[in-house]
Design a protein. Structure first.
Length: 417
């Protein structure tokens, strides 16, 4: 008599026996064929499980020369632990379906790795997933039990919000995956006093900024007007060393005059702000990837051409000390406190020198004795101070701006803008 045993995943094992052989002996033969231990075998015939191991095959009602029986595993021993049968069957099904394995690799890589190499770990992860679902369902039932419980309703509201956030992110990943890519900042090659620099183009910055090390290399520190020293305030603070009123900037084959504010900060050598872009009517053309200025087109640098400082920036974590609303980078005479050398770096979307501080126009930071002294005495006419205050500047800022302008109201007004 020949018995064919088929598993749930389609494997077949053929065993030749005598009809008077007891089931336990048949299971021993089957163990040799299938490597499934006797204690883990579950044999069914015509939908009926054969449970009496001492009965013969004939007594159990198995008939025919080529009978077909179903073989299942009760418990699977693997990696020193026990795995539920449905978990093992699911793992084998995943291994036999490349498309299903690829999908699992994208959504749950840890579970996919366990399915390939560690059946015990796979069963454990699957059990944890089920437990989470069960706990979530119980929590929902508990929250819905009392519709007048304020805390429960608050949690339901948060759960609904999180579901909406997750759905929104899924739509973004599916329809606009480019939103999750890294954006390369806009840099162009320029020369200042014949010194080559990779300049960061930032239309959100009010002023053109250079760090002191680059200013030294360009040979323009000797032209620094320290009367325009102060502290830029916005997202953070950074020390303004002064201003170079006129420097020669070479862009392509064009020489352009440029005013540069020298500010502490090492992550950007030169930042071309809105003052320079507007003065020369520059156009940032993102379709062509060029900066168009006075009829010339200068191509933005590709990512591999960016300076090392720019490539090393982790944009989501950067908030720059000189990305400080430079729009508010007001100048003041006299000493100003030093900005932290450990402050974050310049570039980063929206975190530039042009980012306006929440309080409107930022004022130079002064020590308490300086502020008290200016509040007590001032040599400027009240009319001059009132004119600047009418432009939106606080009294202290109006006085400090008059200091920087040498008392000239027109120059002070232009500094405020």
């Amino acid at each position: 008599m020949e018995l064919t045993f088929m598993t749930e995943i389609g494997q077949t094992f053929v065993v030749e026996i005598d009809p008077n052989m007891e089931l336990e002996n048949v299971m021993a033969l089957l163990e040799a064929e299938s490597s499934i231990p006797v204690q883990e075998q579950s044999i069914s015939y015509n939908g009926r499980e054969l449970s009496n191991a001492k009965a013969t095959i004939r007594e159990l009602g198995v008939q025919g020369e080529n009978a077909m029986l179903l073989l299942r595993r009760k418990v699977v021993s693997a990696a020193g632990g026990s795995i539920e049968q449905d978990a093992e069957m699911m793992r084998l099904q995943i291994l036999g379906d490349p498309a299903l394995m690829a999908q699992l690799q994208d959504t749950q890589p840890e579970l996919a790795a366990a399915a390939r190499s560690n059946s015990a770990r796979f069963a454990e992860l699957l059990r944890q997933t089920r437990d989470r679902h069960v706990n979530a369902e119980r929590e929902i039932e508990r929250l819905n039990a009392d519709p007048y419980d304020v805390d429960a309703q608050r949690k339901i509201e948060e759960a609904i919000r999180q579901a909406a956030v997750a759905e929104n992110m899924e739509h973004a990943i599916e329809y606009s995956p480019e939103f999750f890519g890294r954006v390369t900042m806009l840099y162009i090659p320029v020369e200042v006093n014949s010194h080559p620099i990779k300049a960061f183009v930032d239309s959100g910055a009010q002023q053109t900024i250079m760090n002191p090390e680059t200013a030294e290399a360009c040979g323009i520190m000797r032209l620094l007007d320290t009367r325009f020293a102060g502290v830029a305030r916005g997202v953070g603070t950074a020390k303004i060393l002064g201003r170079v009123h006129m420097a020669q900037l070479k862009l392509s084959d064009v020489f352009l005059p440029c005013s540069i504010t020298v500010m502490e900060g090492r992550d950007v050598d030169l930042l071309l702000g809105l003052d320079m872009l507007k003065a020369h009517q520059a156009c940032i053309d993102l379709e062509k990837g060029v900066l168009r200025i006075q009829g010339r087109e200068v191509k933005f640098l590709s990512e591999h051409e960016l300076p090392d400082k720019a490539r090393d920036l982790e944009l989501p974590e950067q908030v720059d000390a000189a990305t400080l609303g430079s729009g508010s980078a007001s100048s003041s005479s006299g000493a100003a406190p030093h900005a932290s050398r450990n402050a974050p770096s310049f570039p980063g979307g929206g975190r530039t020198l042009g980012a306006a501080p929440s309080g409107g126009m930022a004022s130079p930071q002064r020590t308490a004795p300086q502020q008290q002294q200016q509040q007590r005495t001032t040599n400027y006419p009240e009319q001059s101070i009132s004119i600047l205050m009418d432009l939106g500047a606080p009294r202290e800022l109006a006085i400090s701006t008059l200091d920087a302008a040498g008392g000239n109201v027109d120059v002070a007004a232009s500094l405020l803008f």
